[in-house]
Design a protein around this ligand. Structure first.
Ligand SMILES: O=P(O)(O)OC[C@H]1O[C@H](O[C@H]2O[C@H](CO)[C@@H](O)[C@H](O)[C@H]2O)[C@H](O)[C@@H](O)[C@@H]1O
Length: 274
């Protein structure tokens, strides 16, 4: 049976720090198993991907939590990139929006149905670079299972040309899907996999899919909604990092709680560290 996700307007989500008792009640005595997004959740959104650096304090908070609780990072970034940025080698990491998972014990996981898409992604990277390199501000970021086309620094007047490059690519090359993010489009293999499926898979791999654990996902972006929805099906808890009003009026979310920003994510993680 398909589960219809429960969506709420972001401004109606309870603030996790103010409603900490409600969050504790939702845990219902279970140990939290924590899944963390990186950009916009552990670090503020900045103009260029390479400038999103986790603070030493942020690293210390995640490290302290991971010594007491299961913690994994589930990011849209390339896995080696986010592993390096987080810099805690005892954690489990999922990169490329969950397509590429490595745990400290099992190493890189072989995921059913996720084969070698190198040639396809090479083709996407080549076409995107050819079309986008001439557009000032456009950035092409290659990940193992995804290529990101960033337009945060593209002038509004140039956006239609930027967009037409993506449309041309999607019209010419089959077997691709597009996922929007914060001033970015991610081009991925068209297979039924996302952060939500990655989290469900990880819960099994890490032996956390039992009544004693409450999966919690912290994220900020639309791609994180897949994880929030997946957690609704298994009585997990989603925490969205977004202010009640951030200009995206009407944004709906499948999260259960929210905090304003990455600083408050760290506050909440500190509070959840026994
Ligand atoms: O799933 P995440 O860990 O949140 O990664 C999502 C994407 O984050 C990065 O791009 C975003 O953050 C950049 C730095 O703040 C920002 O410049 C960009 O506009 C955002 O889209 C990353 O570069 C992507 O690869 C991730 O997919």
């Amino acid at each position: 049976m398909t589960h219809e996700p429960r969506l709420r307007a972001v401004q109606n989500l309870p603030h996790a720090l103010e409603a900490f008792d409600a969050l504790t009640a939702a845990l219902n005595g279970r140990e939290p198993a924590i899944f963390l997004d990186y950009d916009g959740t552990l670090t503020p959104i900045v103009d260029r991907p390479e400038n999103a650096i986790l603070s030493d304090e942020g690293r210390a908070v995640v490290d302290a939590l991971a010594r007491k609780r299961p913690v994994a990072v589930v990011s849209g970034r390339d896995r080696p990139d986010v592993e390096k940025l987080v810099g805690i080698d005892t954690l489990t990491f999922a990169g490329s929006h969950g397509f590429d998972i490595r745990t400290p014990d099992a190493g890189v996981l072989a995921l059913d149905g996720i084969g070698d898409f190198t040639a396809l992604m090479d083709e996407v990277e080549r076409r995107l670079k050819e079309g986008l390199d001439p557009i000032p501000g456009a950035l092409v970021e290659r990940k193992k299972f995804s290529v990101a086309a960033h337009y945060r620094l593209v002038a509004d007047e140039a956006y239609p040309i930027f967009r037409s490059v993506l449309d041309r690519l999607l019209g010419a090359v089959s077997g691709l899907k597009e996922k929007p993010g914060k001033k970015v489009f991610e081009i991925q293999p068209a297979i039924d996999w996302d952060k939500g499926k990655a989290v469900r898979h990880l819960l099994g791999t890490l032996n956390l899919d039992d009544a004693g654990h409450a999966p919690m996902f912290f994220g900020d972006d639309v791609t994180d909604e897949d994880a929030f929805k997946a957690l609704q099906e298994i009585n997990g808890i989603g925490v969205l990092a977004a202010p009640a009003s951030d200009g995206q009026s009407g944004r709906m979310s499948a999260a259960d709680f929210r905090v304003d920003d990455p600083d408050q994510v760290l506050d909440l993680l500190r509070r959840m560290t026994p």
